[in-house]
Design a protein around this ligand. Structure first.
Ligand SMILES: Nc1ncnc2c1ncn2[C@@H]1O[C@H](COP(=O)(O)OP(=O)(O)OP(=O)(O)O)[C@@H](O)[C@H]1O
Ligand SMILES: [Mg+2]
Length: 272
Protein backbone atom coordinates (compact mmCIF):
# COMPACT_ATOMS: atom_id res chain seq x y z
CA UNK A 1 0.00 0.00 0.00
CA UNK A 2 1.30 3.39 -0.92
CA UNK A 3 2.48 6.09 1.43
CA UNK A 4 -0.47 8.29 0.65
CA UNK A 5 -2.83 5.91 2.39
CA UNK A 6 -0.91 5.61 5.57
CA UNK A 7 -2.54 8.05 7.90
CA UNK A 8 -5.75 8.89 6.16
CA UNK A 9 -7.92 6.79 8.44
CA UNK A 10 -6.34 8.33 11.50
CA UNK A 11 -7.71 11.70 10.75
CA UNK A 12 -10.64 11.05 13.06
CA UNK A 13 -11.37 14.60 13.84
CA UNK A 14 -13.82 15.79 16.36
CA UNK A 15 -15.74 17.55 13.62
CA UNK A 16 -16.54 14.27 11.91
CA UNK A 17 -17.60 12.57 15.06
CA UNK A 18 -18.24 15.16 17.74
CA UNK A 19 -19.24 12.79 20.50
CA UNK A 20 -16.70 10.14 19.73
CA UNK A 21 -19.41 7.58 19.12
CA UNK A 22 -19.76 5.10 16.34
CA UNK A 23 -22.84 6.42 14.65
CA UNK A 24 -23.08 10.12 14.06
CA UNK A 25 -26.24 10.33 12.05
CA UNK A 26 -28.71 12.54 13.80
CA UNK A 27 -31.97 10.78 12.97
CA UNK A 28 -34.87 12.88 11.86
CA UNK A 29 -33.90 16.09 13.58
CA UNK A 30 -34.72 18.06 10.45
CA UNK A 31 -32.20 20.68 11.52
CA UNK A 32 -29.59 22.18 9.27
CA UNK A 33 -26.09 20.84 9.78
CA UNK A 34 -24.44 23.39 7.59
CA UNK A 35 -25.63 26.29 9.68
CA UNK A 36 -23.78 24.66 12.54
CA UNK A 37 -20.66 24.25 10.46
CA UNK A 38 -21.86 20.84 9.28
CA UNK A 39 -21.09 18.90 6.11
CA UNK A 40 -20.19 20.72 2.93
CA UNK A 41 -22.56 18.49 0.98
CA UNK A 42 -25.34 16.47 2.51
CA UNK A 43 -28.27 14.44 1.27
CA UNK A 44 -30.26 14.34 4.45
CA UNK A 45 -33.00 11.86 5.36
CA UNK A 46 -33.71 11.17 1.69
CA UNK A 47 -36.72 9.01 0.83
CA UNK A 48 -37.71 8.31 -2.75
CA UNK A 49 -37.52 6.06 -5.79
CA UNK A 50 -37.74 6.05 -9.56
CA UNK A 51 -40.83 7.50 -11.20
CA UNK A 52 -43.95 6.05 -9.66
CA UNK A 53 -42.10 2.98 -8.44
CA UNK A 54 -41.54 1.97 -4.83
CA UNK A 55 -39.21 3.89 -2.57
CA UNK A 56 -35.61 2.79 -2.94
CA UNK A 57 -34.16 5.17 -0.37
CA UNK A 58 -35.53 5.17 3.16
CA UNK A 59 -34.55 8.12 5.30
CA UNK A 60 -31.05 7.83 3.85
CA UNK A 61 -28.31 10.30 4.75
CA UNK A 62 -24.93 10.68 3.06
CA UNK A 63 -22.58 13.60 3.43
CA UNK A 64 -19.06 14.86 3.05
CA UNK A 65 -17.19 17.46 5.07
CA UNK A 66 -14.74 19.98 3.72
CA UNK A 67 -11.29 18.54 3.13
CA UNK A 68 -12.48 14.96 3.54
CA UNK A 69 -13.14 11.76 1.65
CA UNK A 70 -16.45 10.05 2.42
CA UNK A 71 -17.07 6.54 1.16
CA UNK A 72 -20.35 4.72 0.65
CA UNK A 73 -20.26 0.93 0.66
CA UNK A 74 -22.87 -1.80 0.75
CA UNK A 75 -24.16 -4.79 -1.16
CA UNK A 76 -25.24 -4.71 -4.80
CA UNK A 77 -28.65 -3.13 -5.13
CA UNK A 78 -28.41 -1.40 -1.74
CA UNK A 79 -29.19 1.94 -3.35
CA UNK A 80 -25.72 3.46 -3.36
CA UNK A 81 -26.02 4.78 -6.91
CA UNK A 82 -29.58 5.85 -6.23
CA UNK A 83 -28.41 7.87 -3.22
CA UNK A 84 -25.74 9.53 -5.35
CA UNK A 85 -28.30 10.31 -8.06
CA UNK A 86 -30.61 11.76 -5.43
CA UNK A 87 -27.86 14.07 -4.18
CA UNK A 88 -27.13 15.11 -7.77
CA UNK A 89 -30.78 15.86 -8.52
CA UNK A 90 -31.50 12.92 -10.80
CA UNK A 91 -34.16 11.50 -8.54
CA UNK A 92 -37.23 13.16 -7.08
CA UNK A 93 -36.94 12.74 -3.37
CA UNK A 94 -40.32 12.56 -1.67
CA UNK A 95 -38.83 13.79 1.52
CA UNK A 96 -35.47 14.92 2.75
CA UNK A 97 -33.10 17.66 1.64
CA UNK A 98 -29.89 18.18 -0.22
CA UNK A 99 -27.68 20.99 1.01
CA UNK A 100 -24.52 22.36 -0.49
CA UNK A 101 -22.42 24.65 1.64
CA UNK A 102 -25.43 25.42 3.77
CA UNK A 103 -27.75 26.18 0.85
CA UNK A 104 -30.82 24.04 0.23
CA UNK A 105 -30.49 22.85 -3.37
CA UNK A 106 -33.16 20.13 -3.21
CA UNK A 107 -35.16 21.74 -6.01
CA UNK A 108 -32.30 22.33 -8.44
CA UNK A 109 -31.69 20.44 -11.70
CA UNK A 110 -28.45 18.48 -12.10
CA UNK A 111 -27.14 21.15 -14.46
CA UNK A 112 -27.87 23.89 -11.95
CA UNK A 113 -26.02 21.82 -9.34
CA UNK A 114 -22.99 21.64 -11.63
CA UNK A 115 -23.14 25.41 -11.91
CA UNK A 116 -23.18 25.53 -8.09
CA UNK A 117 -19.98 23.51 -7.96
CA UNK A 118 -20.93 19.84 -7.96
CA UNK A 119 -18.98 17.39 -10.08
CA UNK A 120 -20.44 13.93 -10.62
CA UNK A 121 -18.96 10.85 -12.26
CA UNK A 122 -21.75 8.30 -12.68
CA UNK A 123 -21.21 4.56 -12.44
CA UNK A 124 -21.90 3.88 -16.12
CA UNK A 125 -21.72 5.79 -19.41
CA UNK A 126 -19.39 8.32 -17.87
CA UNK A 127 -17.37 9.13 -21.00
CA UNK A 128 -18.04 9.74 -24.69
CA UNK A 129 -16.30 6.75 -26.22
CA UNK A 130 -16.21 8.00 -29.84
CA UNK A 131 -14.72 11.34 -28.85
CA UNK A 132 -11.05 11.83 -28.17
CA UNK A 133 -9.73 12.15 -24.65
CA UNK A 134 -9.25 15.87 -25.13
CA UNK A 135 -12.74 16.34 -26.56
CA UNK A 136 -14.11 14.57 -23.48
CA UNK A 137 -12.29 17.06 -21.27
CA UNK A 138 -13.57 19.95 -23.38
CA UNK A 139 -17.12 18.62 -23.01
CA UNK A 140 -16.54 18.61 -19.28
CA UNK A 141 -15.90 22.34 -19.43
CA UNK A 142 -19.25 22.99 -21.11
CA UNK A 143 -20.55 25.36 -18.48
CA UNK A 144 -17.42 27.50 -18.50
CA UNK A 145 -17.12 30.70 -20.47
CA UNK A 146 -13.56 31.42 -19.37
CA UNK A 147 -10.27 29.96 -20.53
CA UNK A 148 -10.07 26.38 -19.29
CA UNK A 149 -6.62 25.50 -20.62
CA UNK A 150 -5.01 25.78 -17.18
CA UNK A 151 -7.52 23.31 -15.79
CA UNK A 152 -6.83 20.94 -18.66
CA UNK A 153 -3.10 21.20 -17.92
CA UNK A 154 -3.84 20.35 -14.29
CA UNK A 155 -5.85 17.31 -15.34
CA UNK A 156 -2.97 16.20 -17.55
CA UNK A 157 -0.56 16.70 -14.63
CA UNK A 158 -2.77 14.52 -12.46
CA UNK A 159 -3.24 11.87 -15.17
CA UNK A 160 -0.17 12.01 -17.45
CA UNK A 161 -1.38 9.05 -19.52
CA UNK A 162 -4.29 11.15 -20.70
CA UNK A 163 -1.92 13.71 -22.16
CA UNK A 164 -0.16 10.98 -24.12
CA UNK A 165 -3.48 9.72 -25.41
CA UNK A 166 -5.25 13.03 -25.81
CA UNK A 167 -5.97 12.56 -29.52
CA UNK A 168 -7.16 8.96 -29.19
CA UNK A 169 -10.85 8.04 -29.01
CA UNK A 170 -11.62 7.50 -25.34
CA UNK A 171 -13.26 4.19 -26.20
CA UNK A 172 -9.86 2.78 -27.11
CA UNK A 173 -8.51 3.31 -23.58
CA UNK A 174 -8.24 0.69 -20.85
CA UNK A 175 -10.80 0.58 -18.04
CA UNK A 176 -8.55 2.42 -15.61
CA UNK A 177 -7.66 5.05 -18.19
CA UNK A 178 -11.33 5.59 -19.01
CA UNK A 179 -12.03 6.21 -15.36
CA UNK A 180 -9.28 8.82 -15.39
CA UNK A 181 -11.00 10.49 -18.36
CA UNK A 182 -14.28 10.46 -16.45
CA UNK A 183 -12.73 11.99 -13.33
CA UNK A 184 -10.79 14.47 -15.47
CA UNK A 185 -13.95 15.48 -17.27
CA UNK A 186 -15.66 16.18 -13.95
CA UNK A 187 -12.67 18.23 -12.76
CA UNK A 188 -12.91 20.48 -15.82
CA UNK A 189 -15.77 22.43 -14.23
CA UNK A 190 -13.49 23.20 -11.27
CA UNK A 191 -15.97 21.62 -8.86
CA UNK A 192 -16.16 22.50 -5.18
CA UNK A 193 -17.09 18.90 -4.42
CA UNK A 194 -16.64 15.71 -6.40
CA UNK A 195 -18.98 12.72 -6.40
CA UNK A 196 -17.63 9.45 -7.79
CA UNK A 197 -19.72 6.31 -8.28
CA UNK A 198 -17.39 3.30 -8.28
CA UNK A 199 -14.32 4.98 -9.78
CA UNK A 200 -12.35 1.73 -9.59
CA UNK A 201 -14.97 -0.58 -11.09
CA UNK A 202 -13.47 -3.31 -13.20
CA UNK A 203 -9.82 -2.39 -12.75
CA UNK A 204 -6.95 -4.47 -11.41
CA UNK A 205 -5.77 -4.05 -7.80
CA UNK A 206 -2.69 -2.14 -8.94
CA UNK A 207 -4.73 0.27 -11.03
CA UNK A 208 -7.17 0.58 -8.14
CA UNK A 209 -4.30 1.63 -5.85
CA UNK A 210 -3.18 4.20 -8.41
CA UNK A 211 -6.66 5.61 -8.83
CA UNK A 212 -7.06 5.87 -5.05
CA UNK A 213 -3.74 7.74 -4.91
CA UNK A 214 -4.99 10.20 -7.53
CA UNK A 215 -8.29 10.60 -5.67
CA UNK A 216 -6.39 11.37 -2.47
CA UNK A 217 -4.37 13.91 -4.45
CA UNK A 218 -7.56 15.58 -5.65
CA UNK A 219 -8.87 15.64 -2.08
CA UNK A 220 -5.64 17.29 -0.95
CA UNK A 221 -6.22 20.13 -3.40
CA UNK A 222 -9.21 20.94 -1.22
CA UNK A 223 -12.01 19.21 -3.14
CA UNK A 224 -14.11 17.06 -0.80
CA UNK A 225 -14.94 13.67 -2.30
CA UNK A 226 -18.07 11.60 -1.84
CA UNK A 227 -17.62 8.22 -3.45
CA UNK A 228 -19.24 4.84 -3.78
CA UNK A 229 -16.86 1.90 -3.71
CA UNK A 230 -17.13 -1.80 -4.33
CA UNK A 231 -13.67 -2.35 -2.85
CA UNK A 232 -14.99 -1.66 0.61
CA UNK A 233 -11.96 -2.45 2.72
CA UNK A 234 -9.49 -0.48 0.63
CA UNK A 235 -11.90 2.41 0.28
CA UNK A 236 -12.56 2.61 4.03
CA UNK A 237 -8.81 2.74 4.58
CA UNK A 238 -8.65 6.06 2.75
CA UNK A 239 -12.00 7.29 4.06
CA UNK A 240 -12.40 9.94 6.70
CA UNK A 241 -16.04 8.97 6.92
CA UNK A 242 -17.84 5.82 5.84
CA UNK A 243 -21.46 4.90 5.23
CA UNK A 244 -22.72 1.34 4.96
CA UNK A 245 -26.05 1.29 3.12
CA UNK A 246 -28.37 -1.70 3.19
CA UNK A 247 -31.73 -1.75 1.42
CA UNK A 248 -31.75 1.97 0.90
CA UNK A 249 -31.09 2.84 4.52
CA UNK A 250 -28.09 3.69 6.68
CA UNK A 251 -26.88 0.55 8.40
CA UNK A 252 -23.59 1.80 9.86
CA UNK A 253 -21.89 5.17 9.87
CA UNK A 254 -18.56 6.16 11.32
CA UNK A 255 -15.01 7.07 10.51
CA UNK A 256 -13.32 4.74 8.06
CA UNK A 257 -11.27 3.40 10.93
CA UNK A 258 -14.29 2.74 13.12
CA UNK A 259 -16.07 0.81 10.40
CA UNK A 260 -12.97 -1.24 9.65
CA UNK A 261 -12.78 -2.14 13.33
CA UNK A 262 -16.49 -2.88 13.76
CA UNK A 263 -16.94 -6.67 14.05
CA UNK A 264 -20.42 -6.65 12.49
CA UNK A 265 -19.33 -4.53 9.58
CA UNK A 266 -16.31 -6.75 9.11
CA UNK A 267 -18.34 -9.94 9.19
CA UNK A 268 -21.16 -8.77 6.92
CA UNK A 269 -19.43 -6.46 4.48
CA UNK A 270 -15.68 -6.89 4.59
CA UNK A 271 -15.38 -10.65 4.44
CA UNK A 272 -14.48 -11.17 8.12
N1 LIG B 1 -33.43 3.59 -13.32
C1 LIG B 1 -34.01 2.78 -12.45
N2 LIG B 1 -35.35 2.57 -12.48
C2 LIG B 1 -35.97 1.78 -11.58
N3 LIG B 1 -35.32 1.14 -10.59
C3 LIG B 1 -33.99 1.30 -10.50
C4 LIG B 1 -33.28 2.12 -11.43
N4 LIG B 1 -31.97 2.09 -11.09
C5 LIG B 1 -31.88 1.29 -10.02
N5 LIG B 1 -33.09 0.82 -9.66
C6 LIG B 1 -33.38 -0.07 -8.53
O1 LIG B 1 -32.96 0.57 -7.32
C7 LIG B 1 -32.36 -0.37 -6.41
C8 LIG B 1 -30.99 0.14 -6.01
O2 LIG B 1 -30.16 0.19 -7.16
P1 LIG B 1 -28.77 0.96 -7.17
O3 LIG B 1 -28.28 0.96 -8.57
O4 LIG B 1 -28.93 2.28 -6.50
O5 LIG B 1 -27.89 0.01 -6.24
P2 LIG B 1 -26.31 0.05 -5.95
O6 LIG B 1 -26.16 -0.01 -4.47
O7 LIG B 1 -25.70 1.20 -6.65
O8 LIG B 1 -25.86 -1.34 -6.59
P3 LIG B 1 -24.47 -1.74 -7.33
O9 LIG B 1 -23.51 -2.07 -6.23
O10 LIG B 1 -24.85 -2.97 -8.12
O11 LIG B 1 -24.04 -0.58 -8.19
C9 LIG B 1 -32.35 -1.71 -7.14
O12 LIG B 1 -33.43 -2.45 -6.68
C10 LIG B 1 -32.54 -1.34 -8.60
O13 LIG B 1 -33.24 -2.35 -9.27
MG1 LIG C 1 -24.28 1.35 -8.10
Amino acid sequence: MSQAYSDRGNKDRSVANPKGQGSVIPKGTGKSHASLGGPFLIGESMTGGYGNGPDILHDCTIAVEKGEIAVIVGPNGAGKSTAMKAVFGMLNVRSGHVKLDGEDITGLSPQARVAKGMGFVPQTSNIFTSMTVEENLEMGAFIRRDDFRDTMAQVYDLFPILKDKRNQPAGELSGGQRQQVAVGRALMTQPKVLMLDEPTAGVSPIVMDELFDRIIEVARTGIPILMVEQNARQALEIADKGYVLVQGANAYTGTGKELLANPEVRKSFLGG
